[in-house]
Design a protein around this ligand. Structure first.
Ligand code: NAP
Length: 252
């Protein structure tokens, strides 16, 4: 049996990736604060297991409990392969340094950096002990490699995830795991709504992002998920530790 642990499953890219795993007959363990009844129903129709772990990843106690629940669902006698899609993410705080809300920065780092690292840290030793290969996909952003006014926290957290991915790949090179970061480009999700609602004082380029929406330049999360599924369906072509960018993988 194959399992996919997907964080941020309630909407956006996480939901789209979950739908495509369900179509492939992969059992799902979804992690988010809110549930997604439609996914549950699709899984039932497809005859795959769907379990939801309700967890606020910004809360260290909830994360610790969540990790135990996730591994109890994933590792069974029949488990042959485990995907981990570290997708949950937040963009806030968008503001200039000196005006950042300390609590929002702390929660941001918990969700975007600490939770993905601790998820891998928890699941990997169990997988290695039982010789179960994993496909670890960390969702990153082009912001990791760019300097953007107002985005110091987000750029830093995504740069950290890229370096974590590279380090993990180096450490696990004797193992069979697939380890990569995936940069999805701009997508039409709630995260973009958060970005567009910024003030120009907090984020100088906000107008550029409002235009992207007006011009219909945001990709659907379904298309972005399709490109990811296609990428991981050819594991022999994947270079572990690398950041794969949607823009390099699609022509249109
Ligand atoms: N949208 C873009 O243009 C874009 C571009 C580049 C990279 N990305 C990256 O793509 C990934 C997915 O983004 P998206 O656009 O799909 O975002 P989204 O629509 O805002 O969805 C975010 C997901 O993360 C979950 N989440 C947020 N805070 C959480 C918390 N404290 N605990 C648990 N789950 C939490 C949300 O679930 P609940 O609210 O139910 O908890 C939701 O399912 C993120 O890593 C993002 O950085 C997005």
């Amino acid at each position: 049996m194959q399992y996919a642990v997907i964080t941020g499953i309630s909407r956006g890219l996480g939901e789209a990736v979950a739908k495509q795993f369900i179509e492939k007959g992969v059992n799902i363990i979804g992690v988010s604060r809110s549930e997604n009844d439609q996914l549950n129903a699709s899984a039932e129709d497809a005859g795959v297991r769907y379990s939801h772990v309700s967890c606020d990843l910004s809360d260290p106690e909830q994360l610790e409990e969540g990790l135990k629940a996730i591994s109890s669902y994933v590792f069974e006698e029949t488990t042959e392969y485990v995907y981990l899609i570290n997708n949950a993410g937040v963009v806030e705080p968008i503001d200039t340094v000196g005006r950042l809300n300390p609590e929002t920065v702390t929660k941001h780092m918990q969700v975007n950096v600490t939770a993905p690292i601790l998820l891998v840290n928890h699941l990997l030793p169990i997988a290695n002990k039982h010789h179960i290969p994993m496909g670890i996909i960390n969702i990153t952003s082009g912001a990791a490699e760019k300097t953007i006014h107002g985005w110091s926290t987000y750029s830093s957290s995504k740069a950290a995830i890229n370096r974590f991915t590279e380090t993990l790949a180096l450490e696990q090179k004797e193992q069979e795991h697939l380890i990569l970061a995936y940069s999805p480009g701009v997508m039409d999700t709630e995260m973009q709504e958060d970005i567009r609602s910024s003030s120009e004082e907090a984020f100088a380029d906000v107008e550029k992002f409002r235009k992207l929406k007006e011009e219909g330049s945001l990709r659907s999360p379904e298309k972005v998920a399709e490109v990811l599924m296609d990428l991981i369906s050819k594991p022999e072509q994947i270079e572990n530790g690398k950041v794969y960018k949607l823009y390099d993988l699609v022509k249109d």
